[in-house]
Design a protein around this ligand. Structure first.
Ligand SMILES: N[C@@H](CCC(=O)N[C@@H](CS)C(=O)NCC(=O)O)C(=O)O
Length: 226
């Protein structure tokens, strides 16, 4: 348990899951205490299976006994249920739709390529996945610039992390461990803007605090490769 006095807010998660970190960041931003239950995702508990019978995955947020699943759905639930500042999503429906679009793009298009790299054997297959990742990130860089009319997408609301910042902070913020264990996947010459946003996110205290430990992650990635 990470905190007490949680008033019925429980996260089921895994230390290696950067999607679990999304939920921790959002609750911490809102100042909501929670209980944390570590799941072994290779040996799922009955509780996990009963709370998320469809996907059988973490993170799961249980609030007053009721489960909410899928990390982006959980972030929206947190923002609506604890509607105090800081807000994760903007009020304006069109601005909100744009943020949701790019957050979904990140999960649907960027994360699967990173996962494929993590499953790949070194060699040409991996090289072409790294190339695909760079091209997909370019779409994100150019598309967000076009949609938000500024050099960087709204990852922050002032000093505070916003919905898109929380979403983007997962997976790519583990890039240093991926570089050490696998290959360089974020290439400064190819995606300079994106890499600078990731490094900015990594400097945020809540991202730093909720990241899986670097050495443990490298060891797990090396094991995966072996
Ligand atoms: N779309 C889901 C993905 C959740 C997900 O991939 N969870 C991983 C950990 S990060 C998991 O539970 N893996 C175990 C499994 O799939 O069996 C979300 O955003 O919550």
């Amino acid at each position: 348990m990470e905190q007490s006095d949680h008033e019925g807010v429980v996260i089921y998660g895994s230390w290696i899951s950067s999607l679990t970190a999304r939920v921790k960041i959002a609750l911490k931003l809102k100042g909501i205490d929670y209980e944390y239950v570590e799941e072994d995702i290779t040996n799922k508990s009955q509780m996990l299976l009963s709370y998320n019978p469809v996907h059988k995955q973490v993170p799961i947020l249980v609030h007053q006994g009721r489960p909410v699943v899928e990390s982006q759905v959980i972030l929206e639930y947190i923002d609506e249920n604890w509607s105090n500042a800081p807000k994760l999503l903007p009020e304006d429906p069109y601005e909100k739709a744009k943020i949701r679009f790019w957050a979904k793009f990140f999960d649907d298009k960027i994360i699967p390529v990173i996962q494929a790299i993590l499953r790949s054997k070194s060699g040409e297959g991996r090289e072409s996945l790294i190339q695909e990742l760079s091209e997909t990130i370019k779409v994100f860089e150019e598309g967000t610039k076009r949609d938000f009319g500024q050099e960087s997408p709204p990852l922050f609301n002032g000093d505070s992390l916003g919905f898109l910042g929380i979403v983007v902070s997962s997976y790519v913020c583990s890039y240093k461990a991926i570089h050490e264990a696998f290959s360089t996947i974020l290439i400064a010459e190819k995606n300079p803007a994106f890499l600078s946003w990731v490094n900015e996110l990594l400097e945020h205290p809540l991202v730093e605090e909720t990241q899986p430990p670097h050495d443990k992650l490298v060891a797990r990635f090396k094991l995966l490769q072996a």
